[in-house]
Ligand binder design. Structure first.
Ligand SMILES: *Cc1c(COP(=O)(O)O)cnc(C)c1O
Length: 374
């Protein structure tokens, strides 16, 4: 079965009891078991496992080519669950251009879990080779990365990690399984914030961990979820499962719209640089062409006039809403440096766009009008 067909059918099997075509939403927190504790129906307690979530996990695993998937309450819960599942002692090597929350997790929380963190430009083989050593438990990359849209070579990172007995973890939130298949390229775990494109409607939070092999690490992550309790609600599992059905169709339109927005921005005199792997001028262009089916619906750009100009453009659009997050139907614009807390890492003149599902011409006109106001 091809990806689009898997997205519609896996986890969406008609309910054998009622014939309902749409997956039932089971809200029960508890399930009948035998007097001796035998789980006749395969479930015990909602925090451990539940039937609606099991459907979503089957679908997510099928889309990423994974042996097993786990749903967590948020993307951050997925990230922290995985990091808490690694053996204590040793270090985790992170890609430097990283989702802000994961960076804070690495710097402030990893030591509490008995691990240290270091940061590299994973695009540089020499830097990568020096950082990933025998003490390394995992190499954590994000590609394309947030917000600079850096593209990292997944297969090369898998080799660098595996040579030292470390795991490769890929945060594939921007790409989704539609645009990129990290497990086929050698990744051991794929992480997604399902809050973004997978849910797809800006109305549900969730995180997914997709494991290449159903081994000790996946079992450990299951236990962390079960005991530390970052389980998602069945309703959220149900909403994300619904989102997956249209994911390939939505991604196609996000991508087509992004291309038109990129072309308009790249031609605009007030814009100094557009960060989008689809542009031949982008450092990761050749790699993205090899590793992804399309560079995606996310991009950032910088204004030559800097911070004040960026804030003015963000305040001047009417269709692009000024808000954080990404991957919903509506287009978003965000001045990242303003939302990154005390030590922002994004360039001051940078704006990030999540290109939505409106008509591309309306989006281009909206940006052009905001840029004309400079
Ligand atoms: C949003 C995001 C996360 C965190 O996910 P939440 O669902 O917000 O907890 C992690 N990585 C990336 C790349 C993201 O965009």
């Amino acid at each position: 079965m091809r990806l689009e067909t898997r997205a519609v059918h896996i986890g969406a099997e008609p309910d054998p009891e009622t014939g309902a075509l749409v997956a039932p939403l089971h809200l029960s927190t508890t399930f009948l078991h035998a007097p001796d504790g035998t789980q006749d129906h395969g479930y015990l307690y909602q925090r451990y496992d539940n039937p609606t979530q099991a459907r979503l996990e089957a679908a997510a695993a099928a889309l990423d080519g994974a042996a097993r998937a786990l749903l967590l309450s948020t993307g951050m819960a997925a990230a922290s669950t995985l990091l808490q599942s690694l053996p204590a002692g040793g270090k985790v090597v992170f890609q430097r251009d990283l989702y802000h929350g994961v960076r804070v997790l690495a710097e402030d929380w990893l030591p509490r879990w008995g691990l240290s963190a270091c940061f590299v430009d994973a695009r540089d083989p020499a830097e990568l080779g020096a950082a990933v050593d025998g003490e390394t438990r995992a190499l954590w990359i994000e590609t394309p990365s947030n917000p600079l849209m850096q593209v990292v070579d997944i297969a090369a990172c898998a080799q660098a990690a595996h040579r030292q007995g470390a795991l490769l973890v890929v945060d594939s939130t921007f790409a989704t399984p539609v645009l990129q298949q990290p497990i086929a390229l050698g990744a051991d775990v794929v992480m997604h914030s399902a809050t973004k494109y997978m849910g797809g409607h800006s109305d549900v939070m969730g995180g997914l961990l997709c494991f290449a092999r159903d081994e000790a690490l996946a079992a450990r992550a299951f236990d962390v979820r079960k005991l530390l309790g970052a389980s998602a609600s069945p309703f959220n599992a149900w909403l994300i499962l619904r989102g997956l059905r249209s994911l390939p169709a939505r991604m196609a339109m996000h991508c087509a719209n992004a291309e038109k927005v990129v072309a308009a921005l790249a031609a605009h005199p007030a814009v100094s640089v557009v960060h989008y792997p689809g542009l031949a001028s982008h450092a990761g262009h050749a790699l993205a062409t090899r590793q992804m089916t399309h560079p995606g619906g996310m991009l950032s750009f910088e204004l030559a006039a800097g911070r004040e100009a960026a804030l003015k453009v963000a305040g001047g659009t009417r269709l692009f809403h000024c808000a954080t997050s990404l991957g919903g139907c509506e287009s978003l614009i965000e001045h990242r440096a303003s939302v990154e807390g005390a030590n922002p890492v994004s360039p001051p003149g940078l704006l990030r766009l999540s290109v939505g599902l409106e008509h591309a011409d309306d989006l281009v006109e909206d940006l052009q009008a905001a840029l004309a106001g400079l």
